[in-house]
Design a protein around this ligand. Structure first.
Ligand SMILES: C[S@@+](CC[C@H](N)C(=O)[O-])C[C@H]1O[C@@H](n2cnc3c(N)ncnc32)[C@H](O)[C@@H]1O
Length: 306
């Protein structure tokens, strides 16, 4: 980093707007620096070959939010913000041959290569921003993400629209983010983290700035309604919103996520959405109002391709 840009040390924490480029740039640099510590601290919880939806430890092997994995064997799958690719590698281990992971941080991806080496399960990886995916439209049958990239974007609808662009009609988007409810509370795993300190409706980003006021870490808040509108606005159909409860058997604290808080309110939201195919489009033009808004009460529903 040059002198004009200032250093990487945090001088001030603030709430302020931060645009797509500033957010991606800050988070790329932050994750380059944090990747080694992140993998050292959380790697064994994540497992080299494991698909966890969030700090609760809810495991795709148990919950099957992507549907039966056997049915994905021929699917083209993209993981957004894959970090070291643990989720993609789990899919590979289950016989899903065509999985690609993208992440903005080169260092996170290098950890992916390191893990590939000793597991023998190779995941093709690319460095990319979830806000600008380097893939042609309709390239994937499934796009998934576990806290990858999407918690860090200012414009949820633009990012979901970009994910929807690379999905084929009939394909699915399944992603987890910090549960929006958390925004009211300080990111503290203890008692202080149970006290409302700021408005749920305050959309200004959480920004850590360096000595010259430049963002070195940015996290964005979108309410539940914002995510639902992002999905509907991207032309997808919302199938489910899963709010995992803290499992009794998980004693581990992960930053602000703890058993104490997890027993009282959700820490993770997993959204499941589908891109209508042509016949579904026709239905939505003649169907009920809920279909036209892109919102259907479809808990447990599956797409034609499931
Ligand atoms: C909390 S990690 C989640 C990764 C993985 N699922 C895991 O559990 O380790 C968040 C990841 O999002 C990536 N990320 C942040 N902003 C991004 C962006 N704009 N585009 C792509 N990836 C991004 C980070 O580099 C990081 O690897």
């Amino acid at each position: 980093m040059n002198d004009d840009a200032g250093g990487a040390e945090v001088h001030r924490v603030t709430r302020r707007p931060a645009g797509p480029d500033e957010s991606a740039q800050a988070n790329r640099v932050w994750w380059e620096r944090a990747a080694d510590d992140y993998q050292a601290e959380h790697g064994s919880f994540l497992r080299d070959t494991g698909f966890l939806w969030g700090p609760e430890g809810v495991d795709e092997a148990d919950v099957r939010l992507l549907g039966p994995v056997e049915k994905l064997s021929g699917a083209r799958v993209l993981e957004l913000g894959c970090g070291a690719g643990q989720c993609s590698r789990w899919l590979r281990s289950q016989g899903v041959e065509r999985v690609v992971g993208v992440d903005v941080s080169h260092r996170q991806l290098q950890h992916g290569l390191r893990i590939d080496e000793h597991t023998g399960l190779r995941v093709p990886l690319a460095q990319a921003d979830v806000q600008r995916l380097p893939f042609a439209g309709a390239s994937f049958d499934l796009v998934c993400s576990a806290f990858g990239g999407l918690p860090f974007v200012p414009d949820a609808e633009a990012a979901v629209t970009e994910a929807a662009r690379v999905l084929r009609p009939g394909g699915r988007l399944v992603f987890s983010v910090s549960h929006p409810f958390r925004w009211c509370f300080p990111d503290d795993p203890g008692e202080r983290g149970l006290t409302v300190e700021q408005s749920y409706f305050d959309r200004r980003a959480y920004v850590e700035e360096n000595d010259v006021g430049r963002a070195v870490y940015v996290e964005h808040h979108h309410t539940v309604g914002d995510w639902v509108r992002a999905i509907a606005g991207a032309g997808l159909v919302l199938r489910d919103l899963v709010e995992p409860e803290w499992p009794e058997e998980n004693p581990e604290t992960w930053d602000g996520w703890s058993p104490l808080r997890g027993r009282l309110f959700p820490g993770t939201a997993v959204f499941t959405a589908a891109k209508p195919d042509d016949s579904a489009d026709r239905d939505s033009r003649t169907g009920p109002a809920t279909a036209r808004t892109g919102l259907v009460p479809a808990v447990g529903a599956e797409t034609e391709d499931d």
